[in-house]
Design a protein around this ligand. Structure first.
Ligand SMILES: NC(=O)c1ccc[n+]([C@@H]2O[C@H](COP(=O)([O-])OP(=O)(O)OC[C@H]3O[C@@H](n4cnc5c(N)ncnc54)[C@H](OP(=O)(O)O)[C@@H]3O)[C@@H](O)[C@H]2O)c1
Length: 290
């Protein structure tokens, strides 16, 4: 399915997933055009061991102001678009970025008649209660009706996010909602990138993608404590805490409310995709412990 030699524009290039996608595209012989806010930051290594982009990008588009910077030239000669653009820890409104800015990329891709547009969303977006899930779901709806070949990849949790569980375990702590029986299939950025790049040149579709293992939240906590060399602990947070936390966060700011909902949705809903890749969480945590 791989369409090597073609030009791929990557939005969200400086993120955990975007950086791994670019490394994979580079290895496969694609021409990589990266849209970034800050080239110096892009050229340095990313968080969670994500690759530096200095030697991996062929063409740079610097767009500090988001949509304002994007004209039709951005898409000239582009065959495929991959977007891993979204608000995670950034201070921005998800509707402006996850929906409107992705929509602007899609509009330009349609005008330039690119072959396909692959979007990295999130699993369970349709039922999610956060502003992030709503904005992502709205964009997926728009993309699925697009003239370009729409490809929607909905991943389970990333190893990057699950680093926090290891960091807590190192300090001898673990918190979880209820009995921790919710199931995930966590995925490493490199494995997700491999899946995304393997779709290029292929057909339209929508895929739930996970890593090679399905684990309960409690099992993830146990693996983290083993790697940290600490005696396992688990503090159950009672269910009613969730609504109290949302109530409080909503009164702090819309951003706090959305982040809290996103986190609590994830703690209460299984997020298991078709297995892909080779990286295990135990190996990832063991590397953190070294
Ligand atoms: N973390 C998880 O477990 C998980 C699971 C499933 C799906 N997802 C989704 O997968 C996608 C990629 O995740 P990730 O971990 O790679 O996220 P990330 O590391 O935060 O990267 C997000 C990308 O979007 C860009 N971005 C964010 N806000 C922006 C703004 N206001 N203006 C311009 N660019 C902006 C970032 O640019 P800067 O570097 O310049 O900020 C970065 O390139 C996200 O949509 C996320 O919600 C995450």
């Amino acid at each position: 399915m791989v369409d090597a030699g073609k030009r791929v524009l990557v939005a969200g290039a400086t993120g955990y997933v975007g950086r791994h996608v670019i490394a994979r595209l580079h290895d496969e012989g694609f021409i990589v055009r990266a849209v970034v806010r800050d080239k110096a930051r892009a050229c340095a290594p990313g968080a969670y061991d994500a690759p530096a982009l200095a030697a991996l990008v062929d063409e740079w588009v610097i767009a500090p102001e988001g949509e304002v910077d994007l004209g039709p030239d951005v898409m000239s000669g582009v065959d495929h678009v991959i977007s891993a653009l979204g608000v995670t820890r950034q201070k921005a409104d998800p509707w402006t970025i996850d929906f409107l800015l992705n929509l602007r990329f899609l509009e330009l891709a349609e005008q330039a008649e690119v072959d396909s547009f692959l979007y990295v969303g999130v699993m369970n977006a349709a039922s999610g209660t956060s502003a992030v899930s709503r904005a992502k779901h709205a964009f997926m709806e728009a993309l699925s009706r697009s003239r370009v070949v729409p490809q929607i990849v909905d991943p389970s949790g990333y190893f990057s996010d699950l680093t926090e569980i290891y960091d807590l375990a190192r300090r001898g702590m673990a918190f979880g909602l209820g009995d921790g029986s919710v199931r995930l299939s966590p995925i490493h950025g490199a494995d997700l990138a491999d899946f995304c790049v393997s779709r290029l040149g292929g057909s339209a579709g929508s895929w739930n993608v996970g890593g090679p293992e399905t684990l309960t939240y409690r099992e993830i906590v146990r693996i983290a404590f083993e790697a940290a060399g600490k005696k396992p602990r688990y503090t159950r947070v009672p269910g009613p805490f969730a609504s109290a936390a949302v109530w409080t966060a909503d009164r702090i700011s819309p951003r706090a409310g959305s982040l809290t909902r996103f986190f609590l949705d994830g703690m209460q809903t299984d997020s298991v995709g078709d297995p892909h890749g080779t990286h295990t969480l135990a190996d990832y945590y063991a590397a953190l412990a070294r």
